[in-house]
Design a protein around this ligand. Structure first.
Ligand code: KIV
Ligand code: NA
Length: 263
């Protein structure tokens, strides 16, 4: 029996930290859940780490379906969250719903959509019709060209208020989980306090319900850019299983991320 939305909501309510990592294949999926990872994110970061692109923009719905099927075959406990890739959630609620059904059929338990207030109509449409949604705010890699680079978001008072407002509206629209990427830790802590749903942080400080990293980043094997929030958990061990167990322990104990990984 897999972890469900209910399990995650209860862990959050009890103040128990949730450990998440990205994963794209069956072998790693088994390693992750045996190491105690609660949420497996089939991220569109597979465009970078699997496909060798410099952005997530070329990733297709068929790519996401293929990797979701691989991850689902390799696991039976972890909660499966899957990214809606660029172009599959932006046009209309109806089109987004049809695209999301294909990810759900592949084994997703929740889809993740980048965007704030602008996505609330779509998120309401999906959640009313049986598709759980995680919203992804802050640094949204699918908007890298609009943002002008991979930069910390929510630094000014205006931007911070906008993100808090987005978070409240997204919760109202029915999101089950809110993910925040690369925003100041104090802002992420404030948003996490204001919401009743679990939050996931990446580069958002320790005061979120959950943490996530890209698997290849935390194993120290990704050859691209290494953001400040990444920690290489292979240092001090010679086993992938042990590195992931160490990550889970540090997340559960509130030791990761430390101040050095935070904005
Ligand atoms: O695609 C991905 O891996 C993600 C995480 C970095 C949050 O969206
Ligand atoms: Na993503």
């Amino acid at each position: 029996m897999r972890i469900t939305r209910d399990t995650l909501q209860k862990m959050h309510a009890a103040g128990n930290k949730i450990a998440a990592l990205t994963c794209y294949d069956a072998t790693f999926a088994a390693i992750l859940e045996n190491a105690g990872v609660d949420i497996i994110l089939v991220g569109d970061s597979l465009g970078n780490v699997m496909q060798g692109h410099t952005t997530t923009l070329p990733v297709t719905l068929d790519d996401m379906i293929y990797h979701t099927q691989c991850v689902v075959r390799g696991s039976n406990k972890a909660f499966i969250m899957v990214d809606m890739p660029f172009g599959t959630s932006q046009v209309s609620p109806e089109e987004t719903f049809m695209n999301a059904t294909r990810l759900m059929a592949a084994g997703a338990q929740m889809v993740k959509i980048e965007g704030g207030q602008i996505m609330t109509d779509t998120i309401d449409f999906l959640t009313q019709r049986g598709i759980p949604v995680c919203a992804h705010i802050g640094l949204m890699p699918q908007s890298v060209h609009q943002l002008g680079g991979y930069k910390v978001q929510g630094r000014t008072t205006n931007e911070a208020e906008q993100l808090l407002n987005d978070a409240m509206l997204l919760q109202e629209a029915g999101v089950g989980i809110l993910l925040m990427e690369t925003i100041p830790a104090a802002l992420a802590a404030r948003i996490s306090r204001e919401l009743s749903i679990p939050t996931i942080g990446i580069g958002a400080g320790v005061n979120c319900s959950a943490q996530v990293l890209v698997l290849h980043d935390m194993l120290g094997i990704y050859r691209g850019n290494k953001p400040r929030f990444v920690k290489n958990f292979m240092i001090g061990t010679d086993s992938i299983q042990a590195a992931i167990e160490h990550y889970v322990q540090e997340v559960k104990a509130g030791k990761f991320p430390a101040a050095e990984h935070t904005f």
